[in-house]
Design a protein around this ligand. Structure first.
Ligand code: ADP
Ligand code: ADP
Ligand code: ZN
Length: 217
């Protein structure tokens, strides 16, 4: 099953991708996670991505498409994948169509988690992530049992450097200008389904699974 999980910054893509990974046993491919790992390791890719991420701008398309192409060629993607945070521009979407058609694959579904702009800053600013296992929490909407400690693994929770109100404003305007047009793009391809992301986490997951149960493997 080849899926895209779309949505504005902090809509819940990562949270729900993690649930779908468990349910459907296909990998989550998060360009944001890949860039953060590269920044941490100090690789060439990390150097290219760091400045853009800090300001909330997009990493250039050719860089982003390159890492996704490499990732999709790995054997664990042969039964499907969940793209989380990619594509974010029409150019990336076109490149993805080409990558897939070159390997005889096609997209099954594009799921858009819809959350209104006024909720997104609070979601981002309250987001906390485990340093060890990457689990995502929210100080108000999905708190860990013990402050700053991961329920899964006991790891320390941190706040992403770009999860502040200023950078978020920029990320939201980048979303409006560059990523929102993908809604029309995928509607035209007949692959688009919107999910109400304002519901509690468990209900959003349930709605996603319901849509996907009609998709053939
Ligand atoms: P994205 O990957 O789209 O940036 P995340 O999955 O990291 O978003 O979620 C952003 C923040 O919002 C996290 O702190 C997460 O715990 C919280 N969150 C996710 N889904 C919901 C929801 N349905 N209701 C309330 N908070 C949510
Ligand atoms: P969120 O969904 O919460 O905005 P991500 O982790 O998906 O966060 O992305 C963090 C940052 O990484 C983005 O603001 C951007 O700088 C970069 N990034 C992630 N995915 C892409 C992409 N597909 N194209 C360009 N830049 C990206
Ligand atoms: Zn953890």
């Amino acid at each position: 099953m080849q899926l895209i999980l779309m949505g504005p910054p902090a809509a819940g893509k990562g949270t729900h991708a993690a649930e779908l990974v468990k349910k459907f046993n296909i990998p989550q491919i998060s360009t944001g996670d890949m860039f953060r790992a590269a920044v941490k390791e100090g690789t060439e890719l990390g150097k290219k991505a760091a400045e853009c991420m800090k300001s909330g701008a997009l990493v250039p398309d050719e860089v982003t498409v390159g890492i996704v192409k490499e990732r999709l060629a790995k054997p664990d993607c042969s039964n499907g994948f969940i793209l989380d945070g990619f594509p974010r521009t029409v150019e990336q979407a076109d490149a993805l169509e080409k990558i897939l058609s070159d390997s005889g694959k096609k997209l099954d579904k594009v799921l858009n988690i819809h959350v209104p702009a006024e909720d997104l800053i609070e979601r981002a600013v309250g987001r906390r992530i485990c340093k060890t296992c990457g689990a995502t929490y929210h100080v108000k909407f999905n708190p860990s049992k013990k402050d700053s400690v991961c329920d899964n693994c006991g790891g320390e929770l941190y706040q992403r450097a770009d999860d502040n109100a200023d950078t978020m404003k920029n990320r939201l305007s980048v979303y409006e200008a560059s990523t929102r047009p993908l809604i029309e793009y995928y509607k035209k391809l007949g692959k688009y389904t919107e999910i109400d992301g304002r519901q509690p986490i468990g209900k959003v997951t349930e709605d996603l699974v319901k849509v996907l149960s009609s998709v053939k493997n």
